[in-house]
Design a protein around this ligand. Structure first.
Ligand SMILES: [Zn+2]
Length: 439
């Protein structure tokens, strides 16, 4: 699985390091329209009305498919024409787009933009070893800031004027920077590495209204004393352990919003705020359509842009259904996200730890592309599908650090690259396996 932090901690800093932040301002009306569109759809109770409005959005997609060299050829081969795509139900007749196909044809899938200077290419680490290169236009790079307007309102948070946003980064080698952020109420963006000795002081100085981090950064935050209270904390962990949520709530009692996003698609869904850690994610309609009734995520992009995505498979499991949630949300909800079967590892002292607390380490990997097995109390075996041996090291370093934080003092980790077929067992991915319990 992949992620696209707005502000991606790993893959997209260059998109946000643009110094010409004045070019954000012309996109303000668009950002407001995105936020109000999301808000409108999240309260549309009538499914037929919502579907009709989404069907109308297919017109833009049809145009994009006609301008995409890849799709012109692909649909011709399949005996289809973009004009055949009149409603969401028609999607079933169209071919899916595998992640490997997007990786192979990354430069032919996008439409040819009038102004290619506005585009950037970001890399998303691949589940098969090959990174997927993703072409993004200016609005793709700004999209998460527009979505953030909606999420702030959804969480009942109120931002101060000129809000400061912090990316709290727990990765080694984290680059720090500060840039203005005109797109978000004339705010500013600061990236702070928790690995630096003065991280807490910097955080206190900045006093962020919004804080983005991954579970390692949140774990660090939960251990600090007297840190400023943001109005909203966001993370794109696939799985945010309830224990971590509880620890964070004691130190930083701010609403925590977990969202699901991939570099290829942008944000797809957010975890219900009323039912946190439920694994129930509300879909960001009308920007994307996730096909209901399947056991894996199938995404069609409905937001106009340079990269048309028709029935894209990010490699995540889950089932979408129409929902009227207790939180007030109306729309489509992704349930059983990740298809996670419960798995507990045991520390050498015998304490049980939810193995899914390690899921964030693998967020750039499809759940079917890795398997971590606890062989003995301090010994783990990691199998990764199709990954070059050289690429294993940074991942293993992250994994060791995460295990240390969870209570393993000494970790023996044996990693190897295997064929995808070696990891497939049954219909649901089983990325974590425990050996026999201690004692
Ligand atoms: Zn809800």
């Amino acid at each position: 699985m992949t992620d696209a932090f707005p502000v991606d901690l790993r893959v997209a800093p260059r998109a946000h390091l643009r110094r010409d932040t004045s070019t954000q301002r012309p996109h303000l009306p668009w950002a407001e329209a995105i936020a109000s569109g999301l808000s409108h759809f999240a309260s549309l109770a009538d499914e037929a009305t919502a579907r009709a409005a989404l069907d109308a959005r297919l017109e833009g997609l049809r145009g994009a498919l006609l301008a995409s060299p890849y799709y012109v050829q692909r649909l011709q081969e399949a005996g289809l024409h973009p004009g055949d795509l009149r409603t969401l139900d028609d999607l079933a007749h169209f071919p899916v787009l595998e992640r490997t196909a997007l990786a192979a044809h990354w430069d032919a899938v996008p439409t040819l933009p009038a102004d290619s200077d506005e585009c950037v290419v970001v890399k998303s680490s691949g589940s098969t070893g090959d990174p997927v290169r993703v072409v993004r236009d200016r609005r793709d790079c700004l999209h998460m800031w527009a979505v953030l307007r909606f999420l702030v309102a959804r969480a009942g948070a109120v931002l101060p004027p000129r809000p400061r946003v912090v990316l709290l980064d727990a990765l080694p080698g984290g680059l720090e920077y500060s840039v203005r952020l005109p797109i978000l109420y004339d705010g500013a963006l600061h990236r702070i590495s928790v690995l630096r000795g003065d991280a807490r002081e910097r955080l206190c100085r900045v006093r962020p209204a919004v804080l983005f981090s991954d579970p390692e950064g949140l774990r660090w935050l939960a251990e600090q004393r007297d840190v400023p209270l943001p109005r909203l904390v966001l993370t794109s962990a696939q799985h945010l352990p309830a224990q971590l949520r509880a620890a964070l709530a004691r130190t930083v009692p701010a609403p925590v919003l977990n969202y699901y996003s991939t570099t290829e698609t942008g944000p797809l869904a957010w975890e219900c705020l009323r039912d946190a850690s439920s694994g129930r994610f509300h879909v960001f309609a009308p920007d994307v359509w996730l096909e209901p009734g399947r056991d894996e995520v199938v995404v069609t992009r409905l937001r106009p842009g340079v990269l048309p995505l028709l029935r894209y498979l990010p490699g995540d499991s889950g089932t979408v259904r129409r929902d009227a949630c207790a939180c007030g949300f109306q729309g489509w909800t992704l349930e059983g996200f990740g298809g996670r079967g419960a798995c507990h590892f045991h520390t050498p002292s015998g304490r049980a730890v939810d193995a899914w607390a390690l899921a964030w380490v693998f967020k750039h990997h499809a759940l079917r592309a890795f398997r971590l097995t606890q062989v003995e109390p301090s010994r783990f075996e990691l199998e990764l599908a199709g990954m070059a041996e050289a690429d294993l090291d940074p991942l293993c370093e992250r994994l060791r650090a995460a295990l240390r934080n969870l209570g393993w003092r000494e970790v023996v980790l044996h990693a190897r690259s295997v064929a995808v077929s070696a990891l497939i067992q049954g219909s649901k991915p089983q990325p974590f396996r425990a050996g026999p319990p201690p004692g």
